[in-house]
Design a protein around this ligand. Structure first.
Ligand SMILES: [Fe+2]
Length: 433
């Protein structure tokens, strides 16, 4: 059964929430004394001087300020990697992976993070890290924050309950969550096991895609984004705070729960979104639109129209195009495309691309429907058809995506992926003369 929590709604709103009455100061942020003797702390996700429309910051009122913690010690990065990836040469080869198995030994969300690829530079605040998580237990006595980027969670199996400084969110497959860079959190498993994908966005915070001539409504609507209400832990004990900072993991001891925010106000906070609320736009005449029409969230780069990363979904929808090859067209693209599958079958790949798996088609590397799909789709009767029980997604980025050594050499890589196109026949019926 899905976890029932309270949320506030509206993408990027200036929220205010308090777990105890009167904890939020009125009319100012930093009074000399705060009710309940709370400490005041500002959390800045953008530079102080970012334009008002893009400025993101939140004020916390908490039991202790965040500086009350031990010293950091470097710990093993496990299979977590950070851009730039230098441990392996990036090939132009089209790549595909089977799902990573849930481990049998006790593994929490942090232990179970496996980096598949990354691009740009975390230090330079551009690009993304792409991870898969596999876990079979909740984080126990430890908390995490990521200074390298915000984290977009795309669950594929198992519900998660995420405790954050701003409150609690639960997400299950078909939903997503975004945790801003630097926000501390811990992850509980609601089900026995969990698997999913993470886009670690080193760049500009994700925002809603423009609608253009579509108008004032449609795609992902602002009102459907949900933010947690304040909820705090007043716990003392021997805990661990894990930090991902400049590509490495560090740990420090902390004698209390850092999730001790009693009240907060601001517009930088974790949020969740149910992908079934995405109002899908598509052709009602002919030709497959570019997949950008399915963009849920985008992280812009400095070049207009070339995203640091677009988060794109391929949800259930009607296909009605006439006189059209309906699956995605064959193409080559300056943008690099990493895909995952949450459930069902993706229309261009009926075999081998399975839920929990992934594929990578890099800058200018050709891709498109496999041979069987081409044959079928070229001869299909073009009646209206509903694509149901399917949910694929793509992280599409302007920067070449470098797979990690594990991704290239691990057992999940499908060595024969490109065979799916080898049997595409020449069908030419003309002649050169
Ligand atoms: Fe593509």
């Amino acid at each position: 059964m899905a976890t029932q929590l309270s949320y506030m709604t509206g993408f990027g709103n200036e929220f205010e929430t308090q777990a105890l009455p009167g904890a939020l100061p009125i009319g100012q942020f930093s009074p000399q004394k705060v009710k309940y003797d709370l400490y005041t702390e500002q959390f800045s996700s953008t530079a102080f001087t970012a334009p008002r429309a893009s400025n993101r910051r939140t004020w916390f009122y908490r039991l202790r300020p965040s500086v009350v913690q031990g010293d950091y010690q470097a710990i093993d990065n496990g299979l977590i990697r950070t851009a730039p990836i230098t441990e392996a040469v990036t090939p132009p080869t089209m790549l595909r992976w089977n799902p990573i198995d849930i481990p049998s030994q006790p593994t929490d969300f942090i232990d179970g993070l496996v980096t598949m690829a990354a691009n740009g530079s975390a230090n330079g605040q551009s690009g993304i890290g792409i991870h898969v998580y596999v876990a079979n237990q909740s984080m126990q006595g430890r908390y995490f924050y990521n200074a390298d980027g915000e984290m977009l969670f795309v669950p594929q199996q198992g519900e998660l309950l995420i405790h954050t400084e701003c409150g609690k969110l639960s997400i299950k497959p078909g939903e997503i969550a975004v945790i801003p860079r630097g926000i501390k959190f811990s992850v509980d498993l609601i089900d026995d096991t969990a698997r999913g994908y993470i886009c670690e966005n080193y760049g500009h915070a994700l925002e809603l895609a423009e609608r253009g001539p579509v108008g004032a409504n449609g795609y992902a609507n602002d009102r459907d984004f949900q933010y947690p209400v304040a909820a705090f832990e007043d716990k003392e004990g021997d805990f661990e705070l894990v930090s991902k900072f400049n590509g490495n993991l560090f740990s420090c001891e902390i004698k209390h729960s850092p999730l001790d925010v009693v009240a907060w106000t601001g517009n930088s906070a974790p949020y969740k979104y149910d992908l079934s609320r995405f109002n899908v736009m598509n052709t009602v005449s002919f030709d497959h639109p570019d997949p950008s029409i399915f963009t849920v969230l985008t992280s812009p780069s400095a070049t207009e129209g070339m995203a640091n990363v677009d988060f794109v979904i391929f949800p259930p929808r009607w296909m009605v195009a006439e006189n059209t090859f309906r699956p995605p067209y064959y193409h080559r693209n300056i943008m690099s495309e990493f895909m995952g599958l949450i459930e069902g079958v993706y229309d261009a790949k009926e075999h081998g691309f399975v839920p929990g798996g992934a594929s990578l088609h890099n800058c200018m590397s050709p891709h498109g429907p496999e041979a069987d799909v081409f044959e079928k789709a070229s001869n299909a009767e073009l009646t209206p058809q509903k694509y149901e029980n399917t949910l694929a997604f793509m992280f599409e980025s302007r920067y070449i995506i470098s797979p990690t050594k594990y991704a290239l050499e691990g057992k999940e890589r499908q060595p024969n992926y490109t065979d799916c196109w080898r049997t595409i026949k020449k069908q030419f019926t003309g002649s050169q003369d």
